[in-house]
Design a protein around this ligand. Structure first.
Ligand code: GLU
Length: 336
């Protein structure tokens, strides 16, 4: 070989080595980045406005967060932006009630079937005489809050905050503006609580229960927090970041079942059909989804569709789940 051919050979070898040495893109980060990029400019849906403070939230905010069961985080966009947890809190209050009373009591005192009605329906209460209200529609959710262990509203509230903090792995505050805004306009939830009481299906004072429920909906979180909370469910109730066993693993499958059947309001069936992951949305624009034994996802984007679910969050989670082959019902036959 001539000197120049040797040099060319060495250069080619160096380039090949460099190419091999370049780290392969992490599949989790690639899935998160891809979904965020794809929907970054999507401008569909509308902020919730029946709680006046929610209408004022910047509808451009968009954060995507994923946490694996070994505690690794993959983020893109506005994952630190704070927003009110809203109905996603129903998951963690249910967890508290399951821990205290067990699965049978939840079945009997609250019910776990989908009502087939909108989340704040009074018709559903009348039809079922307050029974069979699952904990993710407002009648069942306010009943769940009323059932939280504690002799006073303060004790119940302390327990609700504690379980949210244990799932998130950090101290959480209330969004006072959202709390005041909803407390001033929640006549419908007050009526729901009274009606549930009339049927003997509320387990504490109706006004106090509605107030604690409104507070729990105002807990301020970001997408990173919610991804850790979802990952704790994916990890059998053990927070993968703090290492703490937050709830018994036997209770996780009960929670995921209610998320699967009633997590996305009236579109829960469509969601399960298309994505297959247990999930829960809130009118603040957050959605969490759980890939059992693998990871949790949380997406925040305030504009909602007609069913009340964040438009961009649904699309982002659907794509991430598909990219990571996370649908537990999607069994691939043949070679892996
Ligand atoms: N605090 C809200 C309500 O009760 C929560 C609704 C939701 O996120 O679905 O109306």
């Amino acid at each position: 070989m001539t000197r120049s051919r040797i040099a060319a050979f060495l250069l080619a070898a160096a380039v090949a080595t460099a190419a091999v040495a370049a780290p392969a893109p992490n599949p989790y980060q690639a899935a998160v980045d891809g979904a965020w990029e794809r929907y970054r400019t999507l401008d569909e849906g509308k902020n919730a406005d029946y709680i006046p403070a929610l209408a004022k939230v910047d509808s451009k905010l968009f954060g995507v967060a994923l946490v694996t069961i070994d505690g690794k985080s993959f983020n893109k966009g506005d994952v630190e932006a704070r927003f009110s947890i809203q109905s996603i809190s129903k998951v963690f209050t249910l967890a508290s009630v399951l821990e205290t009373y067990g699965a049978q009591a939840v079945l009997e005192k609250l019910g776990v079937d989908a009502t087939g009605q909108v989340f704040n329906s009074i018709v559903a209460i009348e039809q079922m005489k307050g029974k069979e209200m699952n904990p993710f529609v407002n009648p069942g959710a306010i009943a769940a809050t009323s059932l939280v262990e504690g002799a006073t509203a303060e004790e119940k509230w302390a327990r609700i905050v504690a379980i949210h903090e244990a799932f998130a792995g950090r101290k959480l505050d209330i969004d006072e503006e959202v709390y005041r805004s909803e407390a001033a306009t929640n006549d419908r939830n007050q009526a729901i609580a009274k009606l549930m009481r009339a049927y003997g299906r509320l387990y504490f004072d109706p006004a106090a229960s509605t107030d604690v429920y409104t507070r729990q909906c105002s807990i301020s979180v970001n997408a990173s927090d919610l991804a850790v909370m979802a990952a704790t469910l994916a990890n059998g109730g053990r927070n993968p970041v703090t290492g703490k066993q937050v709830i018994a693993s036997a209770n996780v499958s009960r929670i995921l079942a209610v998320m699967a059947t009633a997590g996305l309001y009236d579109d829960s069936g469509i969601w399960l059909y298309e994505v297959g992951l247990p999930a829960k949305s809130g009118v603040g624009g957050g959605i969490i989804a759980v890939a059992p034994g693998r990871f949790g996802i949380a997406v925040f984007s305030p504009p909602l569709d007609a069913a009340g679910n964040s438009v961009r969050a649904q699309k982002a989670i659907r794509d991430i789940s598909a990219a990571l082959r996370a649908n537990p019902y999607d069994v691939k036959v043949g070679k892996p």
